[in-house]
Structures are given as C-alpha cells and as structure tokens.
Design a protein. Structure first.
Length: 319
C-alpha cells in the first residue's frame, strides 16, 4: 500500500464512481479497480459496496477513509516543506467572511510596510472549510468568526486534527446588516423575532446548527443561500436582504448605503485564531495576531485577557 494509492481510493470514495475517479486521477479504470482490490486484499476487508449506480463505502470503508485522508494530508504537508520554508516571511490566512477582519489585514499591511510581503495570502471560507485548509496546510492561520454557543464544537474538531483554537475576543454583539432604506433600519436596535418578516441571507458553507439554529430562525420562510461576501453585499444592497455577523467597518456601511443594527437578544459572537500545534508561529504571525486582537478589543470592548505565550510576540524565543 502506498500513499498515492490511498489518494486514488479517496477520490473514488468522493466521486462514488471508479470510472469518474480514474479520469480525475489520469489513470485507467482497470488500473484503479486493481488498486482497490489489491488494498482490500491487503487489509482483509472490503472498502466499497458495488452497486448498479457506482460504489458506496462499507462501514469499515468509512473508517478507512477517515484515516487515509489524514495520511494523504500529512504526505502532502511533507512535500510542501520546501515551499513552506521559502514563504517563511509571508502571512498565509484563511478567514471566515468578515469585512472587519479583512480591513484589519489591510490596515496592518499599511501600518507595518516593512513587515509586509507581496506574496501574502488571504482567503475566505466557511468554518469547516477554514479548518480543512489549515489541516491541509493550504494556509497557516485560520480566523474563525462564530457564535459563542458553537465554540466547544469547533474546539473538539480542532483537537481531533491536532489544531490549536484560541479565542481572541468573546462577547461580540451580533448585528443585522441591511440597506438604509430597510424598514428595520429606522430602529436603533432590533430583536431576533424582527427578522422573521424579511428576506434573510444564510451562508451556504456554514451548517444551520452554527447560525440559523443559534438565532432560532431555522424555519425562516425566505432564505437566500450565498457563499461569498461580494454576493452578500449585493443581496443586501440590491435585493433588500438582511445579513448577520459582527459589524462591518463604518466606511463600508456608508459606501454601500447600509447600516448595522445590534440584535439585542441575539447570541454573542467570538473571533478565534486557528493553527497547527505541530508548527511554531513565526514572529510576523504573532505580530499580526496581536494587532488583530487589539483591534478587536478596541472595537468590541470586553474584559481583557493576556494572550497565551504561543501567540504573544513579546514571549518570542530568540533562540
């Protein structure tokens, strides 16, 4: 058994078809079938049920896929070591969709031009995609914006993949983002029940349990699922929808002719930083994390907590 064969088998599981997986892997169908049979013979149990429409993993196969995915991910990480060393001065971040966090990133680069590099990476994705990209080392840092109610869920997921999840700021008010012409925009603050009568945006890449369930609006009658921040802004500005999250920068709200209104009975939110426990954070990463933490504390005042030593640049080991 070799790791390349594991990658082929994972592709077959993903596709539910040996033929399609073979095409994606640029090998013949007969070769992939032979690989699957060889591995099944080696481990002593079947990985797939064969059906008229394709293949489905057996119960043992599902457990196998979970372990195989971790092995293939670590293989890819090993292959990326030279690339990671070459990019040691760059920031590589994947973040939940947040205009505020993105603005902090831009402001950081302007404020510290000597620390900035032209090959920084800043991606946006849903919460689980955030974790997956950090596990796969596609990005070194993940920034989660989530309801406090689901923190324990993502702490457990992070621990499963040997990731460290540290909450930078708690008790951030959840806000509703809407066009200035919206009927609710006239109110200084709103209640969760007020959302029921209006079109509402849901993130297609975030579980219902992590957002709609927390807000108590899972059965909302008028939902639009979107998967990027640009579409969210367009839906709000042009379609009259309501979006929720932490407040966006005032400049963005003015430019878009929109407003943010606090949901006074809404569950509080938090911002956390995610990174692999097996890597030491670089000085610039610590520096950016400290900057982001101070910006969060300034905008959303709360009881100040000292950063853990692993995140604090003042504790950087010179050795």
């Amino acid at each position: 058994m070799n790791t390349e064969h594991l990658a082929y088998i994972l592709e077959a599981h993903k596709c539910g078809s040996v033929n399609k997986a073979a095409r994606n892997c640029y090998i013949s169908q007969s070769h992939l079938s032979a690989i699957i049979k060889s591995v099944e013979s080696e481990i002593g149990y079947p990985l797939f049920y064969r059906t008229h429409s394709g293949i489905v993993a057996t119960p043992e196969g599902m457990v196998f896929m979970s372990h195989a995915e971790k092995i293939v991910t670590e293989r890819d990480n090993i292959l990326k070591i030279p690339e990671a060393i070459a990019e040691s001065d760059n920031l590589s971040i994947i973040c939940a969709r947040s205009a505020f966090v993105l603005q902090c990133f831009f402001d950081y680069k302007k404020l510290y031009p000597n620390l900035s590099r032209s090959h920084d990476k800043f991606l946006e994705a849903g919460l689980k995609e955030n974790l997956k990209n950090v596990v796969a080392r596609n990005c070194r840092l993940g920034i989660l914006v989530l309801f406090e109610q689901v923190i324990s869920k993502y702490m457990e997921m992070a621990d499963e993949y040997n990731l460290e999840l540290t909450i930078l700021q708690h008790s951030i008010p959840v806000t509703a983002f809407m066009p200035r012409s919206h009927p609710l925009a006239r109110a200084e603050q709103i209640l969760t029940r007020d959302l029921a009568g209006y079109p509402f945006i849901a993130d297609a890449h975030i579980d219902h349990d992590d957002t709609l369930e927390v807000l108590g609006i899972r059965e909302h009658k008028d939902l639009l699922y979107v998967c990027d921040r640009g579409t969210i802004f367009d839906a709000v500005c042009k379609g009259g929808y309501i979006a929720i999250g932490i407040s966006i920068p005032d400049e963005d709200a003015q430019r878009l002719n929109c407003v943010c209104r606090p949901i006074i009975d809404g569950a509080p939110m938090a911002v956390g930083i995610l990174y692999p426990r097996t890597v030491a954070l670089r000085p610039q990463e610590k520096h950016f994390i400290r900057y982001l933490t101070e910006r969060l504390r300034k905008r959303y005042p709360h009881k100040k907590k000292k950063l853990p030593p692993a995140l604090d640049p003042e504790t950087e080991d010179e050795g």
